[in-house]
Write a protein that binds this ligand. Sequence first.
Ligand SMILES: [Zn+2]
Length: 241
Amino acid sequence: MTLKTTLLATLALTTLFTAPAMAANPQKQPEIAPEALSTAEQPPSNYDAAAKSARSSLEIKNGNPVAVLDPGHGGSDPGAVGYSLQEKDITLDIALRTRAYIWANYPMWVYMTRETDVYKSLNERTSFANAQYADLFVSMHINSYSTSAASGLETYGYPGAADSISLATRIYDKLKPSFSVHRGVKTAEFYVLKYTNMTSMLGETGFISNGTDAGNLAKDTFRQQLAVQYAQGMHTYWWGY
Ligand SMILES: [Zn+2]
């Protein structure tokens, strides 16, 4: 090995070993939303793993759908907070607006895991949806990060479940025009995605920890726009247009 190649090799190694330091950059965006994972609570007693698996791979669609909207958090659990906003209030408002839009426009029945500011456990939410034999489960959340650097939209499907990822993608595509930062369709073992027997997704429409996103989320018109886009994404998933 000549001196020159040794130097080059050393340089390459130095680059290799300094690269991970960039991960500590405060601008780095979080990899996963702060929602409860599948280990957070005991599964609901009416969780049917076989039914979930069958639907996951086949994308079963028969007749007009029954949907369950799940406004994240509530009651004693405010969810993320920032800029004088609480996640639980924003998710409930968007969900109520989504239900109103769907009932006015689509032949889709809608249940909600909560309609007021009350606490519901993850077990209660999924158990309720399973008991309705719902076709679609849409969990609405607002994201949060330790600094104001992170912003924008992301949606989640269940890992390996084609139907779930498809629903998350259809809704993501409709929500995109509301955000300038598009963080992508992701997968995660969130409790509500795993223990719902039906096709499920979870949306994170902006960061409550970011001034621009929070400012938008504080506006009625913006929340109404998100509600319509959620509804349109559900429509596109089910009816294909
Ligand atoms: Zn949340």
